[in-house]
Design a protein around this ligand. Structure first.
Ligand code: NAD
Ligand code: UGA
Length: 468
């Protein structure tokens, strides 16, 4: 029969583990939730007395304030939390492999495996082990093999797949009211019981009809499929944005008209400088690798194109900047507004901003960056990684980081909008224009500005997906 869950452990206190299990704790006051991580600095930040949490997410602080110390705990004592729990979420990172077999495509499962081995090593009672990280198909099977090969006599492990669909910037809202919760299990009685136990946890706040239960492999593949299809919509609209720029059509109007078809729908059709974030590219490359491993080269090629279109879009945008500034930006001063991969997050992983700035620096321009949430140290780290042959001092000679949009824009030749932060809409553009070298250029990579008004002020404006 299904076990009633009373203690949960979450391994990995990152963007997913932190918010997800904080919401579980908030919505299930009768369950004790302990989130553990090997990274002490991260755990210290989660425990910080003034709630200086390690990640920025609207509404997160409020959730942690209510639950922390009540039934929500953050700790580096991984073993203790594993030992006490009846259900364990594995929510560690699964980045793209940088070397070895499948380098550049396959997921690095090293962290999942060490967490799994830790569970096997310390567990003395039955555990439901839930794969929360995004993983290639059939990872649950490897986890089961490792757990069973190392379990103590009389200790049972049931493995579930429960992928997370939250988006950064709206994580708390997404967790409070998910479109669906997906749980995959083996179709044995034990598997179905474990599935039921986890479903009961979510049923504390998620309507039953939104809790979908499927087979393990379907669940794992659905996660990759959802991200691939979301990213595919963006690449489709970005491909069309290039046609718009060449013809005088307007991608905003095209996307609106197309999205009005109820079979297509309006969401995720915003043209941009290219999608970023830690998952879209990683998960599609994962799907490409899976397809290739299964000897399905045409399928692999199909999905690879979604990532290639995104690379093209980023390159195309930086080329527009160079072309428009009379074919050279050497020695010119460019303000880049936004460094995060989307608004309402401080996360910069795979941000299009990084590629743009790298291109500008390679053209020997000077770049001034402003982002409301990204830490300065993170920017230096990302730029150093993007330009591995440049010493940090050289980068620092060409880049400054400032603390307001207005300060960034003062006396520049061009302004580039890379992230759709709301505050960029509210800039005093007349004041900016007055302080700029002429002709003054604005490149809107997010379609958030009122181009007509800017043109009236005197700016030359280039908007992604607009031909005029
Ligand atoms: P993250 O890097 O922010 O967090 C992972 C954490 O796991 C790190 O703090 C790391 O120190 C810790 N960790 C690694 N190995 C450990 C171990 N053996 N024991 C204890 N702690 C360990 O990553 P994330 O963004 O939270 O993503 C986690 C997973 O969720 C990934 O598979 C990702 O694809 C998936 N995912 C992410 C998002 C998102 O929006 N970021 C959304 C859905 C799914
Ligand atoms: C995405 C998915 O939306 C989540 O469902 C999923 O759980 C998550 O990946 C994951 O697996 O990590 P996230 O990357 O946090 O979430 O944010 P999105 O809102 O999807 O945005 C991703 C990128 O696409 C951003 O750079 C965003 O600016 C860009 N985007 C999004 C567009 O360019 N156009 C759009 O219409 C929408």
């Amino acid at each position: 029969a299904p076990v009633k869950v009373s203690k949960i452990c979450c391994i990995g206190a990152g963007y997913v583990g932190g918010p997800t299990c904080a919401v579980v704790a908030l919505r299930c006051p009768h369950i004790q939730v302990t989130i553990v991580d090997l990274n002490k600095a991260r755990i210290d930040a989660w425990n910080s007395p003034n709630f200086e949490l390690p990640i920025y997410e609207p509404g997160l602080e409020e959730v942690v304030r209510q639950a922390r110390g009540r039934n929500l705990f953050f700790s580096t004592d991984v073993d203790k939390a594993i030992r006490e729990a009846d259900l364990i979420f594995v929510s560690v990172n699964t980045p793209t492999k940088k070397s070895g077999v499948g380098a550049g495509f396959a997921a690095d499962l090293n962290y999942v495996e060490s967490a799994t081995r830790r569970i096997a090593a310390v567990a003395t009672t039955n555990k439901i082990v839930v794969e929360k990280s995004t993983v290639p198909c059939r990872t649950a099977e490897s986890m089961r093999t490792i757990l069973e090969a190392n379990s103590k006599p009389g200790t049972r492990f049931d493995i579930l797949s429960n992928p997370e669909f939250l988006a950064e910037g709206t994580a708390i809202a997404d967790l409070f009211k998910p479109d669906r919760v997906l749980i995959g299990s083996l179709q044995t009685q034990e598997g179905k019981d474990a599935c039921q136990s986890l479903a009961e946890v979510y049923a504390n706040w998620v309507p039953r009809e939104r809790i979908l239960t499927v087979g393990l492999w379907s669940s794992e593949l659905s996660k990759l499929a959802a991200n691939a299809m979301l990213a595919q919509r963006i690449s489709s609209v970005n491909a069309l944005s290039a046609i718009c720029e060449a013809t005088g059509a307007n991608i905003d109007e095209v996307a609106h008209a197309v999205g009005f078809d109820s079979r297509i729908g309006p969401k995720f059709l915003r043209a941009s400088v290219g999608f970023g974030g830690s998952c879209f590219q990683k998960d599609i490359l994962n799907l490409v690798y899976l397809s290739e491993s299964l000897h399905l080269p045409q399928v692999a090629e199909y999905w690879r194109q979604v990532v290639e279109m995104n690379e093209y879009q980023k390159r195309r945008f930086s080329k527009t900047v160079v072309d428009t500034l009379f074919n050279t930006i050497t020695g010119k001063h460019i303000a880049v507004l936004g460094f995060a991969f989307k608004a309402d997050t401080g996360d910069t992983r795979e941000s299009a901003s990084i590629s743009l700035i790298r291109d500008f620096l390679q053209e020997k321009a000077y770049v001034t960056i402003y982002d409301p949430k990204v830490e300065e140290a993170q920017i230096w780290l990302d730029l150093s990684e993007a330009l591995p042959t440049w010493p940090l001092e050289t980068i620092k000679k060409h880049v400054s980081i400032v603390h307001s949009a207005l300060e960034a824009c003062t006396q520049k030749e061009a302004i580039v909008i890379a992230t759709e932060w709301k505050e960029f809409k509210e800039i005093d553009w007349q004041a900016v224009y007055d302080g700029m070298s002429k002709p003054a250029f604005v490149f809107d990579g997010r379609m958030i500005l009122n181009a007509d008004e800017l043109q009236k002020i005197g700016f030359t404006v280039k908007v992604i997906g607009r031909g005029d």
